[in-house]
Ligand binder design. Structure first.
Ligand code: SAM
Length: 225
């Protein structure tokens, strides 16, 4: 995975090498069981509240990998922002449109975002979405998100602390591939993409489903520097 100068982060070569086999299908099958398995979202809500509070009402906010739209797209909309969500799963998008009719949603792979005219945005949330990418793509995606933000724009990032790369795990009766970093490396990857880290919170999270192992969630409050 390589990068180019300027705003374009993904090259044509990068895009051609991408393999998403099964990722959207898995989330189509999971549907609203996702929210049942992860009912307690204090960390995510706190990071969403931080971002919402950084921006004047009416700001444009992108929710990457929006899932069911709950809690984040709904929280941002209810805070008075203009919310756009993207996701690769048609099933998740159906739920998000039903859950947050006042926001707009697009079926889109994160890697295709820079080829559409959705931005620029004042804020971006990416909760447990970038961990769906192979590790060598995460810095590229972060740089691309940086390019989608207006100067001074903010990013709230949620990841699971784990030293894994494109690792297949069973998840609510399906198989998904996930990647992650230990926290020092995560901070470095985020800074290298051009963000300043303004805050950080971590939570030990035990999902309601025994089909999903406990995890440490890390939320970074980032500003485009
Ligand atoms: C773990 S869920 C998180 C959902 C939501 N952000 C939340 O925290 O409640 C990951 C979401 O990212 C979506 N996703 C996975 N790979 C993606 C990609 N390459 N581009 C856009 N969305 C993706 C999945 O369909 C799923 O809805």
């Amino acid at each position: 995975m390589s990068t180019t100068e300027g705003n374009q982060a993904y090259t044509e070569g990068d895009r051609a090498a991408i393999d998403r086999a099964g990722q959207a299908d898995a989330f189509d099958a999971i549907g609203d069981r996702y929210d049942e398995a992860f009912p307690h979202k204090e960390g995510q809500l706190a990071a969403g509240a931080w971002l919402a509070g950084q921006l004047p009402a009416g700001s444009r906010v992108l929710d990457v990998g929006c899932g069911t739209g709950v809690p984040t797209a709904r929280q941002l909309f209810e805070a008075g922002h203009r919310v756009t969500g993207i996701d690769i799963s048609p099933g998740m998008l159906k739920l998000s449109r039903d859950n947050v009719p006042g926001a707009e949603f697009h079926r889109m792979d994160i890697a295709d975002l820079e080829n559409h005219d959705l931005g620029p945005f004042d804020g971006i949330t990416a909760f447990f979405a970038l961990l769906m990418l192979p590790r060598d793509e995460i810095p590229v995606a972060l740089r691309m998100l940086h390019g989608q933000l207006n100067p001074g724009g903010v990013l709230a990032l949620g990841m699971v602390e784990a030293d894994v790369d494109d690792f297949a795990i069973p998840f609510l009766g399906n198989t998904i591939r996930v990647s992650g970093y230990l926290r020092d490396e995560l901070r470095q990857v985020v800074r290298d993409a051009g963000f300043e880290i303004a805050g950080e919170e971590s939570f030990t999270y035990a999902p309601a489903s025994t089909d999903v192992p406990p995890e440490i969630q890390i939320f970074l409050h980032c500003r485009r520097s």
